[in-house]
Design a protein around this ligand. Structure first.
Ligand code: GLN
Length: 193
């Protein structure tokens, strides 16, 4: 089974850990550069992206993570994690891994709708809709040619995408009992196409 790192600097890394372990993965919490050894994939959780990028710098993780992402190492960013993967950000964001060819706007739904839930059609997960929880969520405003959009809101805005082995979701699959996104991430690691 796969060994997955969960970046554990800030945010909801414990929830990811529990889901991944429930699916049989070995999970290592990543706080230091040495924690990146012998991993098959990495999850960057939701939280506060500006805090996480600052902690990445002080923990000397930013450069090693940038190299992994540039080498197409499997990395999945949820919510703040998606912001940290993006190549282009609105002017409130701090560039981090700059690996995925997506333009992302932080806190895209404004204060009135800080959090909401939506049933998404996600063809790579099958016919059953995926119930997605959005919390002060970012949105993907544009995608480059190598990026495949995996899910959209009813108004057409992309909220999940992949580029090679990089995966990004604007919402929090670790907060619901539907684990198909985690299974999808693990499957792409153990059976890359
Ligand atoms: N609003 C947060 C940010 O900009 C992301 C929110 C989340 O991860 N739930 O970093």
């Amino acid at each position: 089974m796969a060994t997955i790192g969960v970046l554990a600097l800030q945010g909801d890394f414990r929830e990811h850990r529990e889901v991944l372990e429930g699916l049989g993965a070995v999970v290592h919490e990543v706080r230091l550069q040495k924690d990146l050894e012998r991993l098959d994939g990495l999850v960057i959780p939701g939280g506060e992206s500006t805090t996480i990028v600052r902690l990445m710098r002080t923990s000397h993780l930013l450069e090693p993570l940038r190299r992994l992402a540039a080498d197409n190492f499997p990395i999945w960013g949820t919510c703040a994690g998606m912001i940290l993967l993006a190549k282009r950000l609105d002017d409130t964001g701090i560039p981090a891994l700059e690996a995925m060819d997506i333009a992302v706007r932080r806190n895209a739904f404004g204060r009135q709708v800080d959090s909401f839930e939506a049933d998404l059609f996600v063809p790579v997960l099958g016919d059953q809709p995926f119930h997605a929880v959005f919390i002060r969520a970012p949105i993907i405003e544009a995608v480059g040619p190598g990026v495949e959009v995996l899910a959209r809101l009813p108004d057409g805005a992309p909220v999940a995408a992949r580029q090679g082995q990089l995966l990004a979701t604007a919402f929090h699959p670790e907060l619901t009992s539907d684990h198909r996104f985690h299974q999808f991430f693990l499957r792409r690691i153990t059976q890359p196409t």
